[in-house]
Design a protein around this ligand. Structure first.
Ligand SMILES: [Zn+2]
Ligand SMILES: [Zn+2]
Length: 444
């Protein structure tokens, strides 16, 4: 990593702000301009042809092919899902070795979402495909992962052309199934840090409609949350709706459990820590006058620290089980609590790596375009790249997609059927930012 002295930073910032006023572009920006046209065409192709998590075959084949043409040593497919996910993992790993020096991993994800696009764009997705349950659904890149794929390729091309500027190894990781929380783990389970050089640093970008296009956001330390998904089956004893005393009503019991779960955060977690418990789904019963046998609940649980997470999960189990006991549910009919394997751990941006990268991004993009943002309780499995025993420092920056001058939050957000970015400046800024970050870590 190249360390700037305070004096050099001040000088550089002065030069950049002067350059900005004069409209001058750096050589990285000029090279990015050369690539942007072709990248936008590829972007539109990915936009119109999204693939759901676990099914990213064509997207990954195209990425692998383009990386190979750019001079990278490509392996595809890569990745091993957990045993209960019997799918080919379409991950891509591409390596460019360029002399001695550190290794930097650059990660981009590729999967779309089961949402029917409503943007009305000429290249809007009309794709429908079967999801993992076999149901036909509309598919859309509503989280901007195709932007990440495009930026990943653009960065790879730039670094191949700028080989005289750096020394070391670049590992490009095209990741699947981010929306299912299994793609990063699948790459690591297939030997990402054993079959290829262990990175000294790992970096990634994610789109952000709260920022304007041309801007990049950063959040040192805890930036995104642990995401747990929990299924609860509340079991009672069914009976006639007119004779509730002959059964145990799981609907009333579910209401009690849901209310009691509101104390998980408010009464169990230190108020200065972050926690969220949301019951997002409740299904039970079939008719007015039937007390059903069971009710199903689905919860999402968010936290940052591992010990807070553990305390919340324990509290959910304790409250649910013992509320059922209080209602007289027999021991062999107590609630069944299942934690999904699709867990995403909290994302911790290494503060030193973040600070070093932010310094060069400010120089390249201009001080006003590099903005410190608040942590969110959303999740991103890029976190996994920093959670192995190797303790690789990681940094995920946010890439602005909203039109310049638009009201923050006034545009459709991620996972909306109306989400789309301002195309050219977003791709260009993404490539410039990522290339700048890598060159800072590997620069001669
Ligand atoms: Zn998403
Ligand atoms: Zn995403």
């Amino acid at each position: 990593m190249r360390f700037f002295t305070a004096v050099a930073s001040v000088l550089a910032l002065t030069i950049v702000s002067l350059a900005g006023q004069l409209g001058a572009a750096s050589d990285i920006a000029s090279l990015a301009d050369k690539h942007t046209g072709e990248l936008v065409e590829l972007y539109k192709h990915f936009h119109a042809n999204p693939e759901l998590s676990y099914f990213e075959q064509k997207t990954s084949e195209r990425l692998a092919d383009e990386l190979s043409k750019a001079g990278y040593e490509v392996t595809h497919p890569v990745g091993k899902y957990p045993a209960d996910k019997d799918y080919t993992c379409w991950g891509v790993v591409a390596v460019l070795k360029n002399g001695s020096g550190p290794t930097v991993l650059v990660r981009g994800d590729m999967d779309g979402l089961p949402i029917t696009e409503k943007t009305g764009l000429p290249y809007a997705s009309k794709v429908r495909m079967a999801d993992i349950s076999g149901e036909q659904v509309g598919v859309m890149h509503a989280c901007g992962h195709y932007i990440h794929t495009t930026v990943l390729l653009g960065t790879a091309r730039m670094l191949a052309e700028l080989k005289d500027r750096w020394s070391g190894t670049v590992v490009i990781a095209g990741q699947t199934a981010e929306e299912r929380g299994n793609g990063a783990r699948a790459l690591l389970a297939d030997g990402l840090y054993e079959r290829w050089p262990v990175p000294d640093y790992a970096i990634a970008e994610h789109t952000d409609p709260m920022l304007e296009t041309g801007q990049v956001g950063y959040c040192p330390g805890w930036a995104m949350a642990n995401v747990d998904m929990i299924d609860i089956t509340i079991r009672g004893i069914g009976s006639h709706g007119a004779r509730p005393h002959q059964g145990i009503d799981p609907i009333v019991l579910s209401a009690q459990v849901i209310n009691a779960l509101q104390t998980v955060v408010s009464r169990n977690i230190n108020p200065i820590e972050t926690g969220v418990v949301t019951v997002g789904s409740i299904h039970g019963g079939s008719k007015h006058n039937i007390i059903p046998d069971e009710v199903k609940l689905q919860l999402t649980v968010r936290s940052y620290k591992d010990q807070v997470r553990r305390r919340m999960l324990d509290a959910i189990e304790r409250i649910t089980i013992n509320t059922a006991r209080a209602a007289g549910v027999p021991e062999d009919r107590l609630p069944v609590i299942t934690q999904r394997t699709e867990f995403t751990p909290a994302l911790y941006n290494d503060p030193e790596l973040t600070a070093e990268t932010v310094a060069v991004l400010k120089t390249e993009l201009g001080e006003r375009n590099v903005i410190e943002i608040m942590p969110t309780t959303g999740g991103e499995d890029f976190s996994e790249f920093g959670r192995t025993d190797h303790k690789v420092p990681i940094f995920m920056m946010r890439l602005g997609t909203a039109p310049a001058g638009s009201r923050p939050g006034g545009r459709p957000g991620l996972h909306s059927a109306l989400f789309y970015p301002v195309v050219e400046p977003t791709i260009r800024t993404g490539v410039v930012a990522m290339t700048t970050a890598v060159l800072n870590l590997l620069g001669k």
